[in-house]
Design a binder for this molecule. Structure first.
Ligand code: 5IU
Length: 464
């Protein structure tokens, strides 16, 4: 495999690391310039980089089904690892093809496959995150990335926030150490570079939302479960705000902490299909589902119209909707039929029980009927809004509103329990939390607290 110090010296000789004063794309003057693209012209060095990365991969003990290289420099590296060690490879295109299949991911995979990302350099982590987002949107599980070189500009932290562990062959401080040791650069240059790195720590890139026109073909139930597992979140934020611009802003702040965002489109004063598309794009980027809490309650024919027509055209953007089972199974039939017109998976949550005091849903026969209806239409009904565990299997997700850490209720009948109680005593999988987060001073921080407490209790109690 060769010594790591030798490899660093070779990289220095081929000018993969340059020292001086370089103007970066951002306008900053940098005392170091790193460009690993040159390695493709030096087959021995290229192979050596791949071998070292494979070593790290082996040592990480991560089990996986495939490897995905990030274009461009990491692609030849990933090819060598895959060919030498007989591992299946995937490629994520930079752009979807605009002819033929329009695929973004090339190569064979199955939903829930575990995939490792391979990258040459990590600075902020944004290219790894972008690749992970695309792979996750197709149902792959991404937990780890192997990089050759870490610039130590906070990429590790940024990736961790997106639930990706970083494994690297070399850190910039190690490279500087080897080069000083072998007399290639002075102590002073090394210190200069360290100072520059310290002063240029990156934050998770702010979202640059592009309209993404991707088609997701994974069944919604599976997608939901994958999102929960990957993000370690069973938190649904109930964004009961009356302004969609504000919800869009909020979704960027808390998007990485939640598995679902619930809205009431009929309370929005500024609803437009353009704005809801923006929210949809954020939900794709930050990997959460959109739930329209419409609480449909009419006959099949009417709900078909309410779901597809009017100002809101809910079926076009909501991954999930809430539905009262009161009218009988015809309501689910109507919605399911309408959903077939959409080229994306759709589903619903049946309201089995309510959290409000004196709810008329507190009736055993009614609840039994709801469960039977869910079982009959289990392709479309993926779970319940409930206040207790209604089935013994894990097929249906139990979503529970009425959650607050330091309040017991409001003036209008809401009754609260803590996240742990909601899971333990009320059988929740998903916690629906509204005002506890919305009314807090730091919504992002509070969302993170509910995410952590909620998921920890969920793991312990459901033993997942
Ligand atoms: N919600 C309930 N209870 C229910 C059902 C829905 O609270 O039984 I069905 C909704 C109402 C609100 C959110 O949109 O869940 C809870 O918000 P708070 O956490 O702010 O109470």
């Amino acid at each position: 495999m060769g010594d790591l110090a030798d490899l660093v010296l070779q990289l220095y000789d081929i000018e993969a690391f340059k020292f001086g004063s370089f103007k970066l794309k951002t306008g900053l003057q940098s005392p170091i310039y790193i460009d690993l693209r040159v390695i493709i012209s030096y087959p021995d060095i290229l192979r050596s980089v791949a071998v070292h990365m494979n070593e790290i991969l082996k040592r990480s003990n991560v089990s996986f089904d495939s490897i995905c290289g990030v274009p461009y420099t990491a692609l030849p590296i990933a090819s060598i690892i895959c060919a030498d060690y007989k591992r299946p490879m995937l490629i994520r295109r930079k752009e979807a093809k605009n002819y033929g299949t329009k695929k973004l991911i090339e190569g064979k995979f199955q939903i829930n496959d575990r995939c490792i990302i391979i990258e040459d350099i990590v600075t902020s982590g944004s290219s790894v995150i972008e690749t992970a987002d695309s792979l996750r949107a197709e149902g792959l599980q991404i937990t780890d990335a192997i990089v050759f070189f870490d610039r130590e500009q906070n990429g590790e932290n940024n990736l961790q926030k997106r639930n990706i562990r970083l494994h690297r062959v070399l850190k910039i401080s190690e490279v500087l150490g080897y080069l000083v040791q072998h007399g290639k650069i002075s102590e002073e240059i090394s210190e200069n570079v360290k100072e520059f790195i310290n002063q240029n720590q990156t934050q998770l890139p702010t979202l640059n939302i592009e309209i993404e026109n991707k088609t997701i073909s994974i069944p919604i139930r599976q997608r939901f479960q994958t999102i929960m597992k990957e993000k370690r979140s069973n938190l649904c934020l109930s964004a009961d705000l009356t302004n969609l611009d504000e919800i869009i802003k909020l979704s960027k702040q808390v998007g990485s902490n939640i598995c679902m965002l619930k809205i009431h489109s009929d309370i929005l004063t500024d609803f437009s299909m353009d704005k809801i598309q923006q929210l949809k794009d954020i939900s794709r980027k930050l990997n959460f589902l959109l739930l329209e809490d419409r609480k449909f309650a009419d006959i099949g024919n009417t709900v078909k119209l309410q779901y597809t027509k009017g100002l809101f055209r809910i079926v076009e953007w909501a991954d999930l909707v809430t539905v009262h089972a009161l009218p009988g199974e015809c309501i689910v039939q109507g919605l399911e039929q309408s959903a077939q017109s959409i080229n994306e998976p759709r589903g619903c949550l049946l309201i089995a029980q309510m959290s409000s005091k004196g709810a008329f849903t507190d009736n055993e026969d009614y609840v039994k009927g709801v469960v039977e209806c869910a079982k009959k239409y289990s392709d479309f009904v993926i779970g319940f809004i409930s206040q207790s565990r209604l089935t013994t299997t894990d097929e249906f997700l139990h979503c529970t509103p009425g959650v607050h850490l330091n309040n017991t209720g409001d003036q209008l009948g809401q009754q609260y329990v803590t996240p742990r109680q909601a899971i333990d005593e009320r059988g929740a999988d998903i916690l629906i939390v509204g005002r506890a987060i919305l009314d807090s001073i730091n919504r992002a921080k509070t969302a993170e607290e509910y995410q952590q407490q909620g998921y920890q209790a969920y793991e312990e109690i459901r033993k997942i």
